[in-house]
Design a protein around this ligand. Structure first.
Ligand code: ZN
Ligand code: ZN
Length: 374
């Protein structure tokens, strides 16, 4: 059976927000992937803790989780037209069932502003996907009043002019008779509530500007220009409501050796003509670490060797994966000792060293064309 979020963080159900935060930080620190490279179990614990804290660290989500379990906070990352969304059930609840959760008279919840950040991804992170932690400043719900802006969260009364509905109907007399127009109540800004005494910690705004550590998963195959939407990690609106989203823009770091061409990765390998003639094995950098590549005997300069599956997952496709293309370049020595020169001169007129390119050997440009325009 799947572990409960409280079990994952190792706290009991009555733990304070501070205790939950502390427990999460401890697990996240100990199991951070940067500290535990290649440790799958640590990575799983890190991800599970991030998921648990996403919910238990947010008073609104925690309340729903306590009441409805995981179904109340369900989240799923999927892709739509080149953009990734972390769709949250919040939107669904607030658009369709807003009144259900608000106690009958609540209107659609207000929404806070979206925020955006830029993150850099190196080729390794693009290939594998990555779990990123960022520290941002955003408006979060005030802990003291729980976001409604009233002293101790209690001094709230139903707004009189709108009777708590948040909307006001005005009757206009026109030539065609009386017309009713509905609008947002100005006394309570559409919240339906009236705050008798302001919360001291947030001056009645219901929110505080704070540093917030956010952890999220970046799927593999992201490219510069793509963005990721993290639900509810933008600003909380004034006096409660649904948080805006955090939009994460991706910036791609250039790798010094590996050049990305769509889902393929290109690499130029320089070898000596001796290695090219006799054949050899060379360690080649890839987005997945170093890999031994076999260069067959008699390899000509300009030959393209394919390392299958060492490219990038096509984020816009259905799991198609690119290759790494290794362009072999034969390195011609720039300096020679006397002995080296003599050795070469002794081979100079040898028959096998005379170039005999056949018609069947495509040129360098033909090869590149074949690889990219299939
Ligand atoms: Zn407050
Ligand atoms: Zn009102």
């Amino acid at each position: 059976m799947e572990k409960d979020y409280y079990e994952i963080l190792g706290v009991d159900r009555n733990a304070t927000d501070a205790a939950i935060k502390k427990a999460y930080r401890k697990i996240a620190k100990e199991n951070h992937p940067d500290k535990n490279p290649g440790n799958k179990a640590a990575e799983e614990r890190f991800k599970a803790a991030a998921e648990a804290y996403e919910v238990l660290g947010d008073p609104e989500k925690k309340a729903r989780y306590d009441r409805f379990g995981k179904e109340g906070v369900g989240e799923d990352v999927y892709q739509r037209e080149g953009h990734f969304y972390t769709e949250n059930i919040d939107d669904l609840f607030n658009s369709a069932f807003g009144s259900f959760f608000g106690g009958g008279t609540r209107t659609q919840a207000k929404r806070g502003e979206d925020l955006s950040i830029k993150i850099s991804l190196n080729l390794h992170e693009i290939a594998h996907g990555a779990t990123k932690q960022v520290l941002i400043k955003r408006y979060v719900s005030c802990d003291t009043c729980g976001g409604n802006g009233s002293e101790n969260g209690l001094a709230v009364e139903t707004c009189t002019p709108c009777k708590g509905t948040g909307t006001i109907q005005r009757v206009f007399e026109t030539v065609l008779g009386n017309m009713i127009k509905q609008g947002s109540c100005q006394d309570c800004s559409g919240t339906g509530k009236y705050v008798k005494k302001n919360c001291k910690d947030c001056s009645g705004t219901g929110r505080q500007f704070k540093e917030d550590q956010i952890s999220f998963r970046v799927p593999s195959g992201m490219v510069e220009g793509m963005d990721l939407t993290i639900s509810n990690k933008g600003n909380v609106p004034l006096r409660g409501g649904v948080s805006g989203n955090l939009i994460v823009f991706v910036k791609e770091e250039q790798d010094p050796f590996l050049k990305r061409e769509g889902i393929n990765i290109c690499y130029t390998l320089h070898i000596s003509f001796i290695d090219a003639t006799l054949g050899c094995e060379k360690e080649v950098p890839t987005a997945y670490g170093k890999v031994l590549l076999k260069i067959p005997a008699g390899t000509s300069s300009g030959k393209v060797l394919k390392m299958k599956g060492k490219g990038i997952i096509d984020a816009a496709g259905f799991g198609a994966k690119g290759d790494q293309l290794v362009f072999v370049q034969i390195w011609t020595p720039q300096e020679l000792t006397k002995e080296e020169k003599e050795l070469l001169l002794s081979l100079k007129d040898s028959l096998n060293f005379q170039p005999k390119p056949g018609k069947h050997e495509p040129s360098f440009f033909d090869r590149v064309k074949t690889f990219f325009h299939r």
